[in-house]
Design a protein around this ligand. Structure first.
Ligand code: ADP
Ligand code: MG
Ligand code: ZN
Length: 479
């Protein structure tokens, strides 16, 4: 069989996290009873007029600047005409001729190395409503809460060659948008949606093959499946001497196969024309400069800084910077306790473990940084045992308790009174003559048994290292 190469370009829709919609003052909040976040504008009532939300332009500009795009400082909105019940105006306000951002790129990294994926353009548009097909009543319902929620569509060049690259690209976009705070980019909730354009060509040839487009696949796993499935389908057609038809297909992840939805439509099918209700936008160079200055430190820079400034391993720095929220929290703790390495260790072990146990996303982790730094200080000063510190931290993580007060109130402060320690050691040794004999005959294995028993007796309010030390001294005396 011939060797084939997969060519992939993505159209990614990102819902912008503005408070209100793109052309009216309705809330963009997800959920809510159907048709409660609506008004004459976003339900397409005749005579209503759109007014552009400036925040949408700001977010789109930030997204474009962060992905190395050029800006069309003079840009316009166009009407994309089509009929569908989730689209109340019978047209979608979008940008065709002068998209706000164009010709950018992002760098991705896969096991094959680093690579630049070019961005053809990025434009602003409005989302449609949602249709709910009620199989019992044999009817369809429409909810316009999502109608008019702002989107940016990011169109890549056909630069990707594998599912790995596609996923790395989507993760990269998501990370950038989350760092900017312009979108939470949740595939499952639909705030990030990807259409996959795919064609195959024989290895060594230049010309692209005919592509198909698969719409709105909503998980990375399904995207990987869809790419594999579509690649095989196209190769099979070509091997049989048939042609690939340019069309839109729907990927069904349960059946692991796709079916044709409609033949590919062209721009002319939509009868695009400049929207007469919205004046063109002028974006000043001053505004662009201001936004550029305000861009945050992104993940790669942060990751390098953590390695250089804090001496963290690349792996740890990578994990700690996956989410801007978590990295901010970590940095605050590191600054407060003055020991970034200790703070990083705690995040890498305890914070990650609790997040995993509780199925919590990084964005949802919230505790007062001072509470963790206080706890780390108590461990450092040997005021609380590492075991108890972990238990106390779980309460900080869950309920944001004040660890200093908690340790005090619950009598968890380590006993420095050596009298009590010696008494407890004597008590435990005398209560366990068998293991004691073994210990005296040099069997060190029972040592941990005794340390455990003594810690238990002291309710963990001792430091294992000092218990071990005192125990050794006592054994030496008895030998
Ligand atoms: P349209 O606007 O009709 O959807 P575009 O030419 O703008 O078409 O391309 C849409 C997407 O398809 C882009 O992401 C582009 O990279 C990708 N694409 C274009 N041609 C091919 C091809 N032959 N194989 C794979 N992807 C392609
Ligand atoms: Mg398209
Ligand atoms: Zn509205």
């Amino acid at each position: 069989m011939k060797q084939y190469e997969t060519i992939i370009g993505l159209e990614v829709h990102v819902e912008l996290a503005t408070k209100t919609k793109i052309f009216c003052g309705c809330s963009t909040e997800f959920g809510g009873a159907p048709n409660t976040h609506t008004c004459p504008v976003c339900t397409g009532m005749p005579g209503s007029l759109p007014v552009l939300n400036k925040k949408v332009v700001e977010f789109a500009l930030k997204a474009g600047l962060a992905t190395n795009c050029q800006i069309h400082q003079y840009c316009k909105f166009d009407r994309k005409n089509y009929f569908y019940p989730d689209n109340p105006q019978n047209y979608q306000i979008s940008q065709l001729y002068l998209p706000i951002c164009h010709d950018g790129w992002v760098e991705i990294e896969t096991s094959a190395g680093k690579k630049k994926i070019r961005i053809h353009e990025m434009h602003m548009e409005e989302d449609a409503g949602k249709l709910i097909h009620d199989e019992w009543e044999d009817c369809s319902l429409v909810d316009y809460n999502r109608s008019g929620v702002p989107l940016i569509e990011i169109v890549s060049e056909p630069d990707m060659r594998s599912a790995d690259e596609v996923i790395a690209y989507l993760e990269k976009l998501r990370c950038i948008m989350q760092y900017l705070g312009v979108s939470d980019c949740k595939l499952q909730e639909g705030s990030m949606r990807a259409d996959v354009n795919l064609s195959v060509r024989e290895v060594g040839t230049e010309k692209f093959g005919t592509r198909t487009e698969m719409k709105n696949i909503n998980s990375f796993k399904a995207i990987a499946h869809a790419i594999e499935g579509e690649r095989e389908r196209q190769i099979e057609l070509l091997e049989m001497g048939k042609a690939v038809t340019q069309e839109t297909r729907r990927w069904d992840d349960n059946k692991e196969s796709s079916h044709a939805m409609r033949s590919k439509e062209d721009a002319k099918d939509y009868r695009y024309f400049p929207d007469p209700d919205l004046p063109p936008i002028h974006i000043s160079s001053e505004w662009i400069e201001e936004l550029k200055k305000g861009l945050p430190e992104f993940r790669e820079e942060k990751q390098l800084r953590y390695q250089e400034e804090y001496g963290l391993p690349a792996y740890d720095a990578g994990i700690l910077t996956e989410s801007r929220h978590l990295s901010d929290l970590f940095e605050e703790v590191a600054t407060l306790c003055g020991n970034a390495k200790k703070a990083a260790n705690w995040f890498m072990v305890e914070v990650l473990r609790l997040m995993k146990d509780k199925g919590l996303e990084p964005e949802k982790v919230s505790f007062t940084p001072k509470h963790l730094s206080d706890l780390l200080e108590m461990i450092e000063k040997k005021e609380v045992s590492p075991q108890n510190a972990k238990k106390v931290f779980e309460l900080v993580f869950d309920e944001d308790i004040d660890p200093v007060a908690y340790v005090e109130e619950h009598g968890l402060k380590i006993v420095e009174d050596t009298g009590l320690l010696t008494d407890t050691i004597t008590k435990i040794l005398d209560a366990n003559p068998g293991p004691l004999a073994e210990l005296l005959s040099g069997k060190d294995k029972v040592m941990s048994f005794f340390v455990g028993q003594i810690m238990k007796e002291l309710k963990g309010k001792a430091n294992p290292a000092s218990v071990r030390e005192a125990l050794n001294a006592e054994i030496e005396k008895r030998k």
